[in-house]
Design a protein around this ligand. Structure first.
Ligand code: NAD
Length: 498
């Protein structure tokens, strides 16, 4: 025990100090690849969360942070970034043990993505400026016979106040940073509550806050599950909730927060479709399909897992995807050769197995995988699993499995493909594979999703464009040029000239 970096943190980070949980309760954190306990995380109770809210409130209402200029906060967040960067190796080792991130994911997404998100916020913050309206003549309501009043307005930005960041387990560092960076750089104070599966990758950010000299109360980190989360969403002292997680919990959070009329930003799940047209480059199509439904063992909100494939090429597509899948190594995430690590828990593995059985029961045809990998006795592993002849209305095509399961549905016309793709309660992401770029672009505009990747898009994270959902996939946008507006209030100051 405790050989994994940061797993010896046994206190909560509140008001710039480390504090034992009030009830002295701790919870085992399991390495999903080995089923071994990597550490015992402190478990916050309601009183701990309330203390964290109070400390954020105090820091916002009376502390220096919201009064600092953007330039000053940019400098503080650059120090935060530099301290984080100095610990890359240790943090990478933790992410592998805590959530089963493969080497490639740590390098390409988890750690690098978190730094890129922070850098992008720094870039955006440098551009926040008051905007002036033109000077205009408006009717003078007190003296309607006059020729009016000459005046103008300037619009300035205020931080919301106390932000609660509640996050999912799959990309914990990136998701936590996508709450911390925009909230803090705009002058808000934050209480972060990570998933119970990934407490250490959040708590370590308290060490970074200390090292980089953030004022007390600006960043508070508590742990726990539903009770801790709902304390944040119902407390009147919290002004804004930034949530990343499932659609069902997102709906609960919206309901919980309604009484106090909080602003709620929701980044939720998906069941995103990739349309493969008859003119697709099959290698590009197969590579993208295999990559998408197996990345991080399918534990990604925006992964394309529903393949809507032109019937004329469907058999060839199936063979091409199978050929790629056959080369993907499932196993120890610390091994640089591994492409597919474990699912997060026994429950997540059972959920994947449930959907595989359900797909079979509903008449889908298993063409690859379907079971746990041989030779891996420990760990929550599942083979990549592909079904053909899937009915788009079936559970495996409509519900988020969050495991390495892909489904293939046939189509004959572009109109049918669009209809099938849009026939979903979700609307997070989409993809089109086609050699006809104009047709692909035209179809992309018809998809009811927050983004569409043509021929794989840029292949990675793209912070410059907004990210978020239509329908049950969310409310609001992360990233993109307007990202910081989610954390800022506009205030118009009007003035007369004559
Ligand atoms: P989850 O919804 O089970 O939990 C997310 C967080 O909510 C956790 O911290 C949990 O403790 C907390 N929580 C649970 N009930 C709560 C309540 N009633 N009030 C307040 N907080 C509560 O999600 P998960 O299993 O951790 O993550 C997987 C889900 O997250 C998937 O649906 C995935 O698609 C989604 N996700 C979305 C994005 C995105 O950016 N759109 C990114 C990553 C993951």
């Amino acid at each position: 025990m405790n050989t994994v970096p940061y797993t010896n943190i046994n206190e909560l980070f509140i008001n710039g100090h480390w504090k034992k949980p009030a009830t002295h309760q701790y919870e085992d954190v399991i390495n999903p690849a080995t089923e071994e306990v990597i550490g015992r995380a402190p478990l916050a109770d309601v009183s701990d969360v309330e203390l964290a809210i109070q400390s954020a409130r105090e820091a916002f209402d009376h502390g220096p942070w919201p009064k600092m200029s953007f330039a000053e906060r940019i400098e503080a967040m650059k120090r935060f970034r530099d301290c984080l960067k100095a610990h890359e190796t240790d943090i990478g080792a933790l992410l592998q043990a805590e959530v089963g991130s493969t080497y490639m994911l740590v390098k390409g997404l988890q750690f690098t993505g978190a730094i890129q998100a922070l850098d992008y916020c720094i870039e955006l913050a440098a551009q926040v400026k008051p905007t002036s309206n033109d000077v205009v003549v408006t009717p003078n309501l007190l003296d309607p016979t006059s020729s009016g009043t000459l005046g103008g307005a300037v619009t300035v930005h205020d931080a919301y106040g106390v932000v609660a960041g509640i996050s999912a387990y799959n990309y914990p560092l990136l998701i936590n940073m996508s709450k911390i960076a925009p909230a803090l750089i705009t002058g808000n104070c934050l209480v972060l509550k990570p998933s119970p599966h990934s407490p250490f990758s959040a708590l370590l950010l308290g060490k970074i806050a200390e090292e980089s000299g953030l004022p007390p109360g600006v960043l508070n980190i508590v742990t726990g599950g539903i009770e801790a989360g709902s304390t944040l969403t119902t407390d009147p002292r919290v002004d804004l909730i930034s949530f990343t997680g499932s659609d069902t919990v997102g709906a609960d959070i919206l309901a919980q927060s309604a009484k106090n009329l909080k602003k709620v930003h929701l980044e939720l799940g998906g069941k995103s479709a990739m349309i493969v047209r008859a003119d697709a480059n099959l290698q590009i199509a197969a590579g993208n399909a295999a990559f998408n439904f197996t990345l991080h063992a399918g534990q990604g909100c925006a992964l394309l897992t529903r393949f809507i494939v032109h019937n004329s090429i469907r058999p060839m597509f199936v063979e091409a995807v199978k050929a790629v899948l056959g080369q993907l190594k499932v196993g120890d995430p610390a091994d640089p050769q591994t492409m597919i690590g474990p699912l997060i828990s026994e429950v997540a593995l059972a959920k994947t197995e449930y959907y595989v059985q359900k797909a079979l029961d509903e008449g889908a045809r298993l063409v690859f995988g379907g079971q746990r990998p041989e030779g891996l006795e420990k760990g929550y592993f599942h083979n990549p699993t592909l079904f053909d002849d899937v009915n788009n209305a079936s559970a495996v095509a409509q519900e988020e499995v969050f495991g390495p399961v892909g489904v293939i549905i046939g189509f004959d016309t572009d109109e049918e493909a669009i209809e099938l793709a849009n026939n979903s309660n979700f609307g997070l992401s989409g993809g089109i594979i086609s050699e006809d770029k104009v047709a692909a672009f035209t179809m992309a505009k018809q998809l009811r999703t927050g983004d569409v990747k043509i021929n794989g898009g840029t292949g990675g994270l793209f912070f410059q464009a907004p990210f978020g959902g239509y329908k049950r996939s969310g409310i609001g946008r992360e990233f993109g040029p307007n990202w910081l507006n989610e954390y800022l209030l506009e205030k118009s100051i009007h003035y007369p000239i004559g």
